[in-house]
Design a protein around this ligand. Structure first.
Ligand code: GRF
Length: 221
């Protein structure tokens, strides 16, 4: 059996206090998960505010969704920075200047490096379109179809240095149908993404959880 590398997962002995309810959402494209967060807040299903939306691409459609709701947006092009660390430090600066408490990656197509992980330790979430640890990385829905699994889904997890490998906050299963294409499967997974991301954000903001080994554990009520 392969040993787990515990050093990659920040372990916490005590449960976390509530996290400041100001979100920073990082996107690269369409922004439908950003929209689900905005909508959950508007419908009082999530007690939080989006303080800033940051994109690495100027043409990300999600930027328009944010601007339509008068949410502040910033586009930071990686090309304008010497290396990844410098780019990540620029992101941290924007997030801190907006007093962000929780960072939500929502289709942000870049690896998160040490400066961002250190500044927001256990306060970065990601949504991934598979039941992790199956099918990490790109094209998770195609990977699931190609592998022939009967069930896949969506995962929200805390971000660590391990790609798509941090402690899992919520998951939702989606059956794979014989007639599925990447498009039809992705569409059904997306419905679940939009449901569980705001819910996972609420859980993390409320506090009372801890990371034990690889596990995200909630206090019993
Ligand atoms: C989603 O499928 C998400 O799980 C993945 O990238 C996609 C982003 O979609 N990380 P959107 O930009 O939120 O519409």
């Amino acid at each position: 059996m392969r040993e787990l590398d515990a050093s990659k997962v920040p372990e916490e002995k005590d449960s976390r206090p509530p996290v400041p309810r100001r979100l920073g959402v990082l996107i690269s494209g369409r922004g439908s998960n950003l929209q689900s967060i905005i909508d959950a807040i508007a419908r009082d299903r999530l007690d939080a505010g989006v303080a800033v939306v940051i994109s690495n691409r100027a043409d990300a459609a999600g930027l328009l969704r944010a601007r339509a709701k008068d949410i502040e947006t910033t586009c930071l092009s990686p090309r304008e920075y010497a290396d990844r660390d410098e780019y990540d430090r620029a992101i941290v600066e924007v997030l801190q200047s907006h007093r962000v408490g929780l960072v939500c990656l929502a289709g942000f197509m870049r690896l998160v490096g040490a400066p961002l992980l250190d500044a927001f330790s256990s306060r970065i979430l990601n949504i991934h379109p598979s039941l992790l640890p199956a099918f990490p990385g790109l094209d998770a829905q195609r990977q699931a179809l190609d592998h022939g699994v009967r069930v896949t889904g969506a995962t929200v997890h805390l971000v660590t240095s391990e790609l798509d490998g941090g402690p899992i906050v919520l998951q939702s299963a989606v059956p794979v149908l014989d007639e599925d294409t990447v498009e039809t499967l992705s569409a059904r997974i997306l419905v679940e993404e939009h449901r569980i991301y705001p819910e996972a954000i609420r859980i993390v903001l409320d506090g009372g959880w801890a990371v034990v080994g690889r596990r995200f554990v909630r206090r019993r009520i």
